[in-house]
Design a protein around this ligand. Sequence first.
Ligand code: ATP
Ligand code: MG
Length: 144
Amino acid sequence: MNESLSATAARIVPQVLPICGEHQIGEARRAAAAMLHALGFQGPAVNYAVTAVSELAANLVFHARCQQVMTLRPLRVGSCTAFEIVAEDGGPGIDSLVDAMRDGFSTNGGLGAGLPGVRRLMDEFEIRSKPGVGTTVVARKWLR
Ligand SMILES: Nc1ncnc2c1ncn2[C@@H]1O[C@H](COP(=O)(O)OP(=O)(O)OP(=O)(O)O)[C@@H](O)[C@H]1O
Ligand SMILES: [Mg+2]
C-alpha cells in the first residue's frame, strides 16, 4: 500500500450498524462500499465483500430475533490491510453448523446460498453459534 492510502486507512473508523429491518441491509451495503473504496479496494473484490455484507445482514434480519449488530472495520497487520465484517446476534442460534454451511440448506425456504457463498467470497471466514444464545460470523477480505 502506498503512503497516502495507508494514511487514509488510518482515519477510517469502525462502523457499528444495528440490522433489524430490511432497509438496513441496503444501509450496510452502502457503508461497506464506501469503506472498501476508502481502503483502496477496487474491482470484483468490492462486489464480493459487499455481497457478503448483504448476505450476513439478510441473515440477521430473517433468522435472528434480537441484538442484531453488524460491525464493519479496517484491520491492519504490518503493511497489510483487510476489510472485516462481524455479524452477531443474541439468538436463536444455529443447531447444526455443518448443515448451515451446506449449499442448499435453509430453514425458511431460502436458497441456502448465503453462508457458503460468504465463505467462498471472502478470504477468511469463521462462524460460532450456540443454540439459545446466538451466532457470530467473522469474515475478512485482504487488500491485494
Ligand atoms: N444469524 C442466524 N441466526 C440463526 N440461524 C441462522 C443465522 N444465519 C443463518 N442461519 C441458519 O443457517 C441457514 C443457512 O443460512 P444461509 O444464509 O446459507 O441460507 P438462507 O438464509 O436460508 O437462504 P439464502 O441466504 O440463500 O437466502 C439458515 O436457513 C438458518 O437456518
Ligand atoms: Mg441467508
